[in-house]
Design a protein around this ligand. Structure first.
Ligand code: NAD
Ligand code: ZN
Ligand code: ZN
Length: 361
């Protein structure tokens, strides 16, 4: 029987989000219903609400979540009722041109649930990133459920579902940071701080945090930064060079995603170093630079989608490291809020007061 539960929706562009009744169908073939235990508030939820992703309103928001499998549809054998899972937006297809070439992290045809969740009047909902987890329960594809150790607090574990994995993977997977590297991270929000934690985990010897907010720099140090640069009163490129023997860092991660921060990343990098863009620019942004600089400085200029992660490979390992005290994932949870506080949390996020607000049940 379809069930009616509470969910947070964005009904129209720019309008405040609403907590309302939504209808969850029974899971069909390949689908799973998950009872949500925690879901973080990510910028992308706000971007959906602002109409910045597409126009398929109403959206069921929320996508950084952990919970328990309630029921599974026909043919699902990867999870069963009672399993503790982190939801992901990269259920790889195994069939597309990227998957066939052994690069499933770039899968161009990831799976989501086939059936639609709806409002009580039958209006179909578009779940954010194919998840929609600001809800008591949600319907996803079985491949979107990654089993992890149930000892991990869901408010912490769920953050791997998006921003923390994106940042950590930008350093470890995309940037291939390794032992002895110097790393600079521009923008120390949840994503940038996760890149810092990832760089520490990978053995980087110098980790330079760059932000305009002194409080964010303090948090960055708690997560592993060895040096800080306040971008309001310093020339970022010169400061990073000064901290790296005059050369620049081996890997520079732009976790803001603006032309000026990307340029800083480009020039704050050592010759033949790597730039990783993980912050998401807006469509109006443009870059103008001498082409010769791209050639003469060499190296790699990369973008990172979801930290080039493979959830089945990465989530269980990161949760184990967290439980062993080797990765302070709990530091990303700044506040725990109720399901009807999402709108307020958007304002807190906008004001830069948190790494993550997490809705808990
Ligand atoms: N690539 C992906 O798969 C992926 C996934 C999730 C989020 N993101 C993106 O990552 C970016 C960061 O997300 P977040 O949650 O950490 O955001 P956030 O707002 O919490 O953090 C941004 C930080 O950048 C700092 N900042 C802003 N402008 C700056 C400047 N000019 N110089 C230095 N610091 C500056 C802010 O003070 C803040 O601390 C966003 O663009 C988000 O959309 C990307
Ligand atoms: Zn694929
Ligand atoms: Zn997100």
């Amino acid at each position: 029987m379809p069930q009616t539960v509470r969910g947070v929706i964005a009904r129209s562009k720019g309008a405040p989000v609403e907590l309302t009744d939504i209808v969850i169908p029974d899971p069909g073939p390949g689908e799973v219903v998950v009872a949500i235990a925690a879901c973080g508030v990510c910028h992308t939820d706000l971007t959906y609400r602002e109409g910045g992703i597409n126009d398929e309103f109403p959206f069921l928001l929320g996508h950084e979540a952990a919970g328990t499998v309630e029921s599974v549809g026909e043919g699902v054998d990867s999870v069963q009722p009672g399993d503790y899972v982190v939801l992901n937006w990269r259920a790889v297809c195994g069939q597309c041109r990227a998957c066939k070439r052994g690069r499933p992290q770039y899968c161009f045809s990831t799976f989501n649930a086939t059936q639609k969740m709806t409002l009580t009047d039958g209006t179909e909902l578009t779940p954010a990133l194919g998840i929609g987890a600001f809800a008591d329960k949600t319907l996803v594809h079985a491949g979107q459920c990654t089993k992890v150790d149930p000892a991990a607090d869901p408010a912490v574990a769920g953050l791997l579902g998006c921003g923390v994995m994106a940042g950590l993977g930008a350093a470890v997977n995309t940037g291939a940071v390794s032992r002895g590297d110097s790393v600079a991270v521009i923008g120390c929000g949840g994503v940038g701080d996760a890149a810092i934690a990832g760089a520490r985990l990978a053995g980087a010897s110098k980790i330079i945090a760059v932000d305009r907010d002194a409080k964010k720099l303090d948090w960055a140090v708690e997560l592993g930064a060895t040096h800080t640069v306040n971008a309001t009163d310093a020339d970022v490129v010169e400061a990073v060079q000064a901290l790296t023997g005059g050369f620049g860092a081996d890997v520079v991660i732009d976790a803001v995603g603006r032309p000026e921060t990307w340029k800083q990343a480009f020039y704050a990098r050592d010759l033949a170093g790597t730039v990783v863009l993980v912050g998401v620019p807006t469509p109006d942004m443009r870059l103008e630079m001498p082409l010769l600089d791209f050639f003469s400085r060499g190296g790699a200029l990369k973008s990172s989608w979801y930290g080039d992660c493979l959830p089945e490979r990465d989530f269980p390992v990161l949760i184990d490291l967290y439980l062993q005290g080797r990765l302070p994932l709990d530091r990303f949870v700044t506040e725990r809020i109720a399901l009807d506080d999402v709108e307020k949390a958007f304002h807190t996020m906008h004001a830069g007061e948190v790494l993550r607000s997490v809705v808990v049940w």
